[in-house]
Every structure is written in C-alpha cells, then in structure tokens.
Design a protein around this ligand. Sequence first.
Ligand SMILES: [Mg+2]
Length: 263
Amino acid sequence: MSAAGAGGGAWAGVIGRLAVARRLLVALDFDGTLAPLVANPADSRPTPEAGAAMARLARIPRVHLALVSGRPAADLALLASPPDGVELVGSHGAERGRVQAGRAVLEPVTLSPARAQRLRAVTDGLTALAGGACGAWVESKPFAAVFHTRPMPDRAAAAELEAQAAALGKRLGGHVLPGKMVVEVSVLPTGKAAALARLRQAADADRLVFAGDDTTDELALRTIQPPDLGIKVGSGPTAAELRLPGPGAVAEFLQALAAAMER
Ligand SMILES: [Mg+2]
C-alpha cells in the first residue's frame, strides 16, 4: 500500500476539520519537513512534491501559507523557493517578511550594541570550542551562532561538545535552542509558538495547521489544540495529534489538504 493509500483514510477526519475554515493558516517548518535533512545546510532543497504542494496551496484564496524556520529568512527564501505571497518567519521568529517577485522582503530588525557584542562573544566562544574537534563547525546568522556536529563521526564526543556549547551560550547570556546535532545560541528572544500566534492574528485565521520535525518545533506543537492540527514529522516524542514519517508524506498530506480546500 502506498503512503497515500495508508494515510488518505486516516487523514480524512483532520482534513475535513481544517477544510471548513473561513481562513486557514498553513505554517510549515522547512528543513526535515519540506526538505530532507542533509549534511550541509546550504544543500537543503524542498522535494519536488513539496514544492508543488506549496505552489498549489498558495493559489487558494482562503489559505494563508507561511514558512517558519530557524534559518535566516533571506536564506529560507533562496533555498525553499516559495511562491510569491508566502509569509516568511526566520531565525526562530526573530525575522518576518514575505516573498515578492521570488525574493524575501523583510521587516527590518536591528541589534542593540549590547546584543551585537553578545553575538560576537558567542560566535567567538563557539568557534574556539569547534576548533578542537574534527567535524564540528559554527554557522553565523544575523542574530545567532549555530554549533553543528553532524559531520562528527564520534557521536558520544559530539553530544559532549553540544552540552558544552549549550552551557557556554547560556553563560554568555544567549537564548539556547538545542536541535538535531545542532545547538543554536540566539541573542534575540525567539520561539515558534509566539511566531504562530502572531501569524494567526495577522492572517485573521480561524484554523491553523503546523508541521515540524525538530525539538524547537515541539514547543509550538505543545500549544496546538483541536480543531487546529499539529503535525510531528519523523520519530521522537511529541504532543502533536498527527505524525508523518518525512517530507514525502508531508507533501502528500498538503496535496490532500489543498484538494479539500479547493472544493
Ligand atoms: Mg526542521
């Protein structure tokens, strides 16, 4: 049986519940949800099926489509290639914008001098920590530094380093967001739960569906109650009502949702 065959019946109830919406907010994480996880974050792309599902949803007038990611919003627009009109929430909620003519048009955010100094201290500290370990590296974002351990062959050593990175970030006054083989230290207070609440209010949506795969998504999934729908992508403990195995199933679900919303 195909995944669609297996899921179609199981999804009918939740999709029917969403499809009665006057206005539906469809908020989606990117990495691991629309795009398969890859070793190099710059290589991340949505599957063709996920891209087609986004395009179809974006054409439905009573659907408000948003991508909600830990990535900088400008990178998100480049990698995800979302259709025009899609709302972008980047850096775990710190950045907001919209896709226009294929590019991200962002609301300006500036760091105070104190926060800029904190970001330099965090970036320097994490870079020094990564320097001693084969495969660990640090990614710089506009409001955060991200400690990556995915290329490290020794997982026990990687976990130990991640703990050290989190402790360092906390000591320097950052907001620590642990993820899968990453530790992000942001200098802005962020969170996808708050981002979803803002999106929903701005869109005047009476129903919401959110899908995400990582531990940072779980905090948002815990705030979602029926008739809204939370979707956990992949394995791991979750408070979400529905679990989908990966980006392939997410694309199938979004196509089924689009079909119901078009009626
Ligand atoms: Mg993700």
